[in-house]
Design a protein around this ligand. Structure first.
Ligand code: FES
Length: 88
């Protein structure tokens, strides 16, 4: 799959979150308030800490998504509905 424009290897059956962690990325977004780092917390789809954009669809839980070779994943977008990097 592609993550932030770079190829990322994964093992069949891994989730997007598992592939990111296996590649050494333990945080891939920040909180809206305070800009604190977030990655996997619960790992079961409850906390929404692991959000990524997949194929242009924002707010996908990386811990629930099986990795696919044709996926395009984007991380580190702000949470205010645009992609300008601020909260406004
Ligand atoms: S880690 Fe909690 S929803 Fe994905």
């Amino acid at each position: 799959m592609t993550v932030d424009g770079e190829p990322l290897d994964f093992t069949e059956g891994q989730t997007v979150a598992a592939a990111l962690v296996a590649a050494g990325r333990v945080a891939w977004r920040t909180t809206r308030v305070g800009r604190r780092p977030r990655g996997v917390f619960c790992g079961i789809g409850v906390c929404f800490d692991c959000l990524v954009t997949v194929d242009g669809v924002r707010g996908q839980r990386a811990c629930l998504l099986p990795a696919r070779a044709d996926m395009t994943v984007t991380t580190r977008e702000d949470d205010d509905g645009d992609d300008d990097g601020d909260d406004g």
